[in-house]
Design a protein around this ligand. Structure first.
Ligand code: SF4
Length: 413
């Protein structure tokens, strides 16, 4: 939120040079604090919520009369943004739901984005087919809680059913989604992940804490054991799948035992990566006024401990991939940032001698960032290439692309 105000300060300078410039602010923060943004962020012309995006043309038309602020909740009409024009790219983001009904006690989303609404599956299929026709090779389904998809619409597909339907789209190479909730992570969804060729073997399943008391106060709707049983089901049915998560460290009342529980979950689940946050209160949420707010030093110490553990787990998991072959969707030539690249991934150092465009970057199905060397014709963005992993670091894999025509079975070790 502080960054929003400092960015507005920068934009205001542009407005001095160009008085016709219009500045608009949109998002959850804008929905919650529209009035204060308008008063503190001098120079702002328009404040609107995420639910009001489709009214943007109309709102822009009203600016002559002065500041416009529209954050009123509205029931979504999912046809309102069609037709969608996407910029050229590899991955098309397709929103399948809006809002959330969960009311986790730390989260502002249900208060700002409103209740959960699923987009009718026929619209999702149409939008995805159109994106693939335009040349997108990957679809990324978006929602706060994608796997509770369809629950309010009679005769609608389940989330697993939606994955199966989209998997039938001709030309679709990869299907991903974000974010799944552990409470509604079920067999139907995991089996669809296992059986649909296009669905990537990557599951982001936020655990948030490894303490049952903390989970209860967070109102997450599952226990540690229930969470771990979903993890076991995923690992069992999607062999080699990548698991990532979100963790909040230092939630109000988090005891040393709760924190130890979080470390235990991390060791057992062996997440490939975690988006780890130190708890910070969100105004208007129940957690803001809970007893047991932790001193900063305690939260920081725990954060460092958990962060170090995760580095070790990530490093070890990535090392296990050395010698294997991964399918990579090419994003493009590796950007020239030698110093940073070398720090992040020492294995690229020898490759720095090789002139561009022999070094490329892309994503594996497990969502690893892969830097690789190519002998022969440069691959195009969106192409799928098999890469032998030679080196790894915490954040990257590095290797060489197999020459065209070499089958994976011939070279697999
Ligand atoms: Fe919903 Fe996720 Fe926020 Fe919980 S954390 S209320 S599931 S958006």
């Amino acid at each position: 939120e502080q960054k929003v105000f400092s960015q507005l300060g920068r934009l205001r300078k542009l407005k001095i040079k160009n008085p016709d410039l219009k500045i608009g602010v949109c998002g959850c923060f804008a929905t919650r604090d529209g009035a204060s943004i308008a008063s503190k962020g001098a120079g702002v012309d328009l404040v609107f919520g995420t639910q009001n995006i489709s009214k943007l043309p109309e709102l822009l038309g009203s600016l002559e009369a002065g500041l416009v602020c529209d954050t009123a909740p509205v029931e979504p009409d999912f046809t309102e943004l069609a037709p969608i024009q996407r910029q050229d790219g590899l991955s098309a983001y397709v929103s399948i739901a809006r809002g959330c009904d969960n009311y986790c006690s730390f989260c502002v989303v249900p208060h700002t984005r409103g209740p959960e609404w699923s987009k009718p599956s026929n619209l999702i299929v149409d939008e995805s087919e159109a994106a693939v026709r335009e040349g997108f090779r990957e679809i990324n389904l978006l929602g706060q809680n994608v796997n509770s998809y369809g629950k309010k619409i009679e005769n609608e597909l389940s989330f697993g059913g939606l994955l199966r339907r989209l998997d039938r789209i001709d030309g679709l190479k990869r299907l991903r989604f974000m974010t799944a909730h552990p409470q509604v992570c079920d067999e139907n969804m995991i089996d669809a992940m296992a059986e649909c060729e296009s669905v990537c073997e990557h599951l982001h399943l936020p655990v948030q804490s490894g303490g049952n008391d903390v989970l209860r106060r967070m109102e997450r709707g599952y226990t540690v054991d229930e969470y771990l049983s979903k993890v076991a089901m995923f690992k069992d049915r999607v062999p080699g799948g990548t698991l990532t998560s979100d963790v909040i460290i230092g939630f109000p009342g988090e005891s040393e035992k709760d924190f130890e529980g979080t470390l235990e979950v991390m060791k057992e689940a062996r997440f490939d990566n975690i988006y780890m946050f130190k708890y910070s209160p969100r105004p208007g949420t129940p957690a803001e006024s809970m007893e047991g707010q932790l001193p900063e030093e305690v939260a920081s110490d725990r954060f460092q401990t958990a962060h170090q553990l995760q580095r070790e787990i990530s490093e070890s998991l990535h090392r296990e991939l050395e010698g294997s072959i991964v399918e990579v969707m090419v994003e493009g030539p590796l950007a020239e940032k030698p110093r940073k690249q070398v720090e992040d991934a020492p294995f690229v150092e020898p490759l720095l001698q090789i002139s561009v465009p022999k070094r490329f970057v892309g994503r594996s199905r497990g969502n690893h960032r892969v830097q690789f060397h190519v002998e022969g014709p440069a691959p195009r963005g969106g192409e799928l290439v098999d890469v032998t992993v030679l080196r790894s670091s915490i954040n990257n894999l590095g290797g060489v692309a197999l020459p065209v025509g070499v089958a994976m079975e011939e070279t697999a070790t």
